[in-house]
Write a protein that binds this ligand. Structure first.
Ligand code: DC
Length: 224
């Protein structure tokens, strides 16, 4: 039955614009939205809160059953993230939490433990799933797959602008360095590394606006 529910996967490195684009595309289509990175980020935050060692794979897996993550559209038309009922969007958005998420994401059992939580988002009328392994591992049978990227400099500038807009203190060269470090870890880990999924349409957004990419993605769906 679930094979009849459409999925669009959008994978790519940090700062590629996949978050903004996935949200906009899901709104246009009226489909659900999964920001899988938030799950890894939320688990990282929960580990700190419960004093779980982030190198202890077994303890992290045990913690998964104790986290509940929901995405809620706010009155301002934006997305809020609730971790066990508590709003954590700004807490999850920092580069430190991104690094933490990338570190715990190397563990095979942690990734396996998060599979069911991610697949639970696959419900009618459809799903836009954003992450690193959406098209390759979590939803390998998705009918629509996109790999979105941009140069590390461009991604660093975007991430820096987002952080400043959110009132988070940042330094551009540190942000670019963090992005390169995270790319390195996400692409070279043994389990579910960031790859261009088979059959994915490759889009380089370095010289494109968000609107242009959103239109390009929507037209891919129309033409298939
Ligand atoms: O998309 P993001 O920046 O919120 O992701 C944070 C980290 O979580 C990322 O550096 C690696 C990990 N991640 C992952 O391994 N697999 C995913 N599908 C999503 C995120």
């Amino acid at each position: 039955m679930t094979q009849l529910i459409p999925i669009l996967t959008i994978d790519g490195p940090s700062g590629s614009g996949k978050g903004s684009i996935s949200k906009r595309v899901s709104e246009q289509l009226g489909w659900h939205y999964l920001d899988s990175g938030s799950l890894y980020r939320a688990l990282g935050i929960a580990a700190i809160k419960h004093k779980v060692d982030i190198d202890n794979e077994g303890a992290l897996v045990e913690l998964i059953s104790r986290i509940n993550l929901e995405f809620k559209r706010t009155d301002q038309g934006d997305w809020g993230v609730l971790l066990n009922g508590e709003e954590v969007r700004s807490l999850l958005a920092t580069e430190e939490v991104g690094q933490l998420a990338s570190k715990i994401a190397v563990f095979e059992k942690v990734r396996e433990g998060l599979l069911a939580k991610q697949r639970a988002f696959h419900i009618m009328p459809g799903l836009v799933a954003d992450g690193r392994d959406m098209g390759s591992v979590v939803f390998p049978n998705a009918a629509h797959k996109v790999y979105l990227t941009a140069s590390a400099d461009e991604r660093g500038k975007r991430r820096y602008k987002q952080l400043i807009e959110k009132g988070i203190n940042a330094n551009l060269s540190d942000v670019i360095q963090d992005i390169e470090q995270r790319d390195e870890r996400d692409k070279n880990r043994a389990t579910s590394p960031l790859v261009v999924p088979k059959d994915a349409v490759y889009i380089d957004s370095s010289h494109k606006t968000i609107d242009e990419v959103v239109q390009q993605v929507l037209s891919l769906l129309k033409n298939k």
